[in-house]
Write a protein that binds this ligand. Structure first.
Ligand SMILES: Cc1cc2nc3c(=O)[nH]c(=O)nc-3n(C[C@H](O)[C@H](O)[C@H](O)COP(=O)(O)OP(=O)(O)OC[C@H]3O[C@@H](n4cnc5c(N)ncnc54)[C@H](O)[C@@H]3O)c2cc1C
Length: 488
């Protein structure tokens, strides 16, 4: 049942599982666990719709590269799925076998751990079963690039699609306008005893459960851990630890422009780096999209010349020739966009500020930077695309200078794919959660979402984070043992 915590203070005394955050990860976990007979509470900070009071709590400051974290995330039921684009591409086996070329380990789990939940994750976002991830028109197939493979979800809006189940699943309480503001760690038991929730009038209450799952998105998952004074006092979270570090994005870089040779068609093309390319260049993976610019616009002096001819049209007798010049645009120009893997880098990190938000939680600064290894990935991909265009007779690429001259400043835009801030590892030396997504040093606190990604590959994050959420639900069901009566 969905209840509004602002007016309905009807939390039960005890739950099996408390899930914090009602986006794709939290909703998936809540329905799975309650569907297996567990008594579950899902606490969602926002309401049914966008509201400034909730959205303002997402304000972060930013140093380094601009992440636009406040504008891109959505803080209400359904989370950022309320405006995601639905592009789905799963991880590949090599994402789990090849570690990043930096001094951090890669994924500590095998690809098979992800693969087994792929069909169920596809179903959740309305992708038909057995539909292969399709290749998009690509003509650079070879050692360096292959056709990209992805599927488009409708895109599934989780709050709308799962509203009935959230309302009707037995054993599931969903509270909207119910913000988690503290995780209370009991160092005697090594467990989270309660979480503190708050409405928008600062009415606070404690929620008790056997297991707790953070599913508030990659920035907020780390922020919740960093904010908890009891976790800091218990030594679980520290300034030098990995909570909040290794913030990763997918890099959206304008590599340059291209001109196609005659007869090469007009459809957009998508290429993906092969494993051989990545090994050879010690680079990250990447998707390159070559799109023709639909309408080439004139500006500057060219626009002035055209306007001169347009005005001349009536005065001279060469109307049709002048009209041709006035309307002429260079055909075939296109732009090269990217979705490029960024390697984990401890210096790209969230840090707590002294300033507090309206609910009393400390705000965070996001410091996002490019490492030399990231510049190498961008340069390798750019140069190779240009070479392949020429070698295959597709056309010619003009790269931006800053792509191959790594000393020049490069403009990077984010894809709003936040990852890595509570990374998975075999030990706290290099991460925050273990192979089962459990926070190191805490018996009953788990993390869901792309914050646990050890590396981000060049696939969109929602499909893999759903696969991991399903895996976590199975693990917890197993851990909690048989359901006693209707509820354990
Ligand atoms: C414009 C855009 C396009 C995108 N397109 C794609 C795409 O094509 N493919 C793809 O794979 N990904 C895409 N993404 C990324 C995708 O939206 C995220 O991967 C996905 O939403 C993450 O799910 P989540 O459940 O982990 O987090 P979120 O969706 O961020 O959900 C977190 C939830 O937690 C709640 N919450 C936050 N703080 C608290 C608190 N203190 N207490 C209680 N609740 C709280 C929030 O209100 C929210 O409902 C896109 C993102 C953007 C911005």
């Amino acid at each position: 049942m969905i209840k509004d915590y602002q007016s309905q203070k009807e939390l039960r005394d005890h739950y099996d599982v408390c899930i914090i955050g009602g986006g794709p990860a939290g909703i998936t976990l809540a329905l799975r666990l309650a569907g297996n007979g567990r008594r579950v509470v899902l606490v969602e900070g926002g309401g049914h719709e966008y509201s400034p009071a909730s959205q303002n709590l997402y304000k972060v400051s930013s140093s380094g590269l601009e992440v636009y974290a406040e504008e891109t995330r959505l803080r209400f039921l359904g989370g950022t799925s309320n405006h995601w684009a639905g592009r789905c591409r799963p991880f590949e086996p090599s994402d789990f076998t090849v570690g990043p070329p930096v001094r951090l380990p890669g994924w500590p789990i095998a690809y098979s751990e992800m693969e087994r939940n792929l069909p169920a994750a596809m179903d959740i976002v309305d992708l038909p079963p057995l539909s292969g991830f399709k290749a998009i028109n690509a003509t650079l197939d070879g050692v360096e690039f292959e056709a990209d493979r992805f599927l488009l979800s409708p895109p599934t809006r989780f709050a709308q699609k799962y509203a009935k189940e959230l309302n009707e699943t037995e054993g599931l309480d969903v509270f909207i306008n119910c913000n988690c503001v503290d995780l209370e760690f009991d160092s005697k038991t090594g467990s989270i005893a309660t979480v503190v929730v708050s409405d928008y009038e600062l009415h606070r209450e404690r929620v008790t459960a056997k297991q707790f799952i953070l599913a508030t998105g990659a920035i907020e998952n780390a922020r919740q851990l960093l904010n908890s004074e009891s976790l800091a006092a218990g030594g679980i979270v520290s300034k030098d630890g990995y909570a909040g570090r290794c913030f990763m994005e997918h890099l959206n870089v304008d590599l340059g422009t291209f001109i196609l040779k005659d007869g090469q068609g007009t459809d957009a093309r998508q290429y993906f780096t092969t494993d051989a390319f990545v090994m050879e260049h010690r680079s990250g993976k990447g998707n390159v999209t070559a799109s023709l610019v639909a309408e080439v616009k004139s500006y500057g002096r060219m626009a002035a010349i055209k306007s001169f001819f347009e005005n001349l049209v009536c005065e001279v007798g060469a109307a049709h020739k002048i009209e041709f010049i006035a309307k002429f645009n260079c055909p075939g120009d296109g732009v090269l966009g990217t979705l490029i893997e960024q390697f984990p880098n401890p210096n790209s990190r969230l840090s707590l500020l002294d300033e507090r938000d309206a609910l009393g939680m400390r705000k965070v600064n996001v410091h996002w930077e490019l490492s030399p290894e990231d510049r190498n990935t961008i340069k390798s991909i750019g140069l190779e695309v240009a070479k392949c265009f020429a070698d295959t007779g597709l056309g010619f690429v003009k790269l931006e200078e800053c792509v191959y001259d790594v000393d020049l400043r490069l403009k990077v835009n984010p894809h709003a794919h936040h990852m890595g801030t509570t990374r998975m590892s075999t030990s706290p030396e290099f991460g925050v959660v273990d192979e089962n997504c459990k926070v190191f040093g805490v018996e009953n606190l788990y993390v869901a979402g792309s914050s646990v990604f050890a590396t981000g590959g060049a696939c969109n994050p929602t499909m893999p984070l759903l696969q991991l959420a399903l895996r976590l639900a199975d693990y917890l069901n197993h851990q909690m043992g048989p359901v006693v009566g209707r509820y354990s």
